[in-house]
Design a protein around this ligand. Structure first.
Ligand SMILES: NC(=O)c1ccc[n+]([C@@H]2O[C@H](COP(=O)([O-])OP(=O)(O)OC[C@H]3O[C@@H](n4cnc5c(N)ncnc54)[C@H](OP(=O)(O)O)[C@@H]3O)[C@@H](O)[C@H]2O)c1
Length: 482
């Protein structure tokens, strides 16, 4: 693998602290960084080398829920030897002159090519000026090596702004240089859906309208917005997680088999699903938890949604008429993310007369917590009488002493970007088709109902699914116990 320099715009920010620096440590610990790799962090306040060192160490050692394992001194030293800090204002052209000189110096000292990754861990309203400044120093040009740009969600706040941002990006970089990051795509549990569906032969023939009654996708949290009020209140749950993570889960669970395992083939199939989703604001329920209006930095008259539930269908022959119910939000009963595929109960099922005899089989992709893939089935209770017991056939990630190692999604995705692999990043069509679906929902004047913290959302969400003769599944914690 080629050596490169990673430049993080916003090294002192929250994202850098909770995700990027811990991920870089983990990549270093696994010896995955090419020998001459350098990392440059940029922010405004001046810091000496020693202060920067203290800062990085503190990020890796203090109460940081994203980096719980102890750090090894020798790994920290190896990582810090690669790290440099530059202070300056991202809107100031002089900073980029300084950066350009420093990059040339690092390249000549280490005899390396000019490979670079620019990571935008800073505010979207600075992007325009950052790109102009990079261009003024020709830092976006791939003259002596490759140049890549990593950019976080949100990509826009609606379809129009997403298109504007994509246009801006594409006026400075080529699509194959842009790594739009949705960290859900870096999750092992989401990627394993591909292995489960397309690496096995037995389940795929069942995933269609003949066998599937409906699909439920849930991503809920039992905690509130914390200190994110300023951001969250301008966005809401539907845009914050519905537009990206939940639609990605939907695409992974329902996409057709790609022609091969390649970025182009996988992305094409995901986009085909996203572009063929039926959207109807009548099939949307929004909610806001009681007490939200008293949260820090929230407008006391806010009608921002902290809960959403919607129904969609895929306009293709395979899933014609199969409803997909999607829900997400905050201060709900459980913190859980899963996809449940609920199968039809055949008319000629034996034992229908027994208790549980008509319960459907359910295939569950549990993304978090108690990660696994399980199939809910009925078995005979041991004994002289005929009684059925619903139980789970399960694959769990975290059972036993050899429990599987999970790379953090950021570790996984940064390493993919280093390798130049865009498979688990969003391209321009993908982001825009997500917004095409979400925009009419987000812009509808759907009433926002209140709900009790700790519940499963407003009662209207239950009524909404019940009118189709179905009910929300209570995510079970009975399998893959941690
Ligand atoms: N935090 C998350 O968990 C998260 C998750 C997903 C996506 N994101 C996205 O990631 C981006 C960063 O979010 P964040 O939460 O890390 O924000 P943040 O905590 O406010 O950090 C912003 C960073 O940008 C730097 N910065 C701001 N203005 C600057 C300027 N004019 N010149 C130089 N540096 C400047 C700040 O450094 P100084 O103030 O020290 O100069 C700081 O390092 C946002 O686009 C956000 O939407 C964040």
């Amino acid at each position: 693998m080629d050596s490169f320099t990673l430049i993080i715009f916003g090294i002192t920010g929250n994202l850098a602290q909770i995700k990027l620096i811990p991920a870089l440590y983990d990549i270093e610990e696994k010896n995955l960084l090419p020998k001459e790799t350098s990392i440059i962090g940029i922010a405004r306040s001046p810091q000496s080398k020693e202060e920067f060192r203290e800062y990085i160490k503190k990020v890796l050692t203090s109460e940081n829920r994203h980096h719980q394992h102890a750090i090894k001194d020798e790994v920290f030293e190896k990582l810090f030897t690669r790290m440099h800090y530059l202070n300056g204002n991202l809107i100031d052209r002089n900073l980029y002159k300084k950066l350009s000189q420093f990059l040339s110096q690092l390249d000549s000292e280490n005899k390396k090519l000019g490979n670079r990754i620019f990571y935008l861990a800073t505010y979207p309203d600075l992007y325009d000026q950052i790109f102009q400044n990079l261009q003024s120093e020709k830092l976006n040009e791939q003259k002596n090596g490759w140049v890549r740009l990593m950019i976080e969600k949100p990509i826009g706040n609606d379809l129009k702004s997403a298109k504007d941002l994509n246009k801006l990006l594409l006026s400075y970089f080529r699509e194959d240089q842009i790594y739009r990051l949705d960290h859900y795509l870096g999750k092992e549990t989401l990627q394993n859906i591909l292995a489960f569906r397309f690496g096995n032969g037995i389940f795929e023939p069942l995933l269609n309208k003949d066998h599937v009654d409906h699909i439920q996708i849930t991503a809920t949290e039992d905690f509130g917005i914390g200190k994110r009020g300023g951001y969250y209140d301008s966005v809401g749950a539907l845009k914050d997680v519905g537009q990206n993570h939940l639609l990605q889960m939907l695409a992974f669970a329902t996409m057709d088999a790609p022609t091969d395992y390649s970025d182009a083939a996988l992305t094409k199939e995901r986009v085909k699903i996203l572009e063929n989703l039926e959207v109807d604001p009548k099939n949307l329920v929004l909610g806001q938890y009681d007490g939200y209006l008293k949260e820090e930095s929230v407008n006391p008259n806010s009608s921002t949604d902290t809960f959403f539930a919607f129904k969609t269908m895929i306009k293709n022959a395979r899933f014609k008429g199969v409803p997909i119910y999607v829900r997400g939000g905050k201060k709900l009963s459980q913190t859980v993310t899963e996809i449940s595929i609920i199968f039809k109960t055949p008319h000629n099922r034996l034992f229908k007369h027994l208790r549980s005899g008509t319960e459907p089989n359910v295939l569950i992709f549990r993304i978090q917590p108690n990660e696994g893939i399980v199939l809910k089935i009925l078995v005979k209770k041991p004994g002289h009488r005929w009684e059925l017991d619903p139980t789970y056939m399960q694959f769990c990630y975290r059972l036993g002493s050899d429990s599987h190692y999970f790379p953090d999604p950021y570790e996984r995705l940064i390493f993919d970007a280093i390798k130049g692999d865009q498979t688990f990043f969003n391209n321009v069509e993908e982001v825009e088709s997500e917004w095409k679906f979400i925009d009419p929902l987000a812009k509808s004047k759907t009433k926002v109902h209140s709900y009790n913290p700790g519940s499963w959302g407003p009662k209207e969400a239950d009524q909404f699914i019940q009118k189709n003769g179905r009910y929300w599944l209570e995510p079970s914690m009975d399998f893959c116990a941690i």
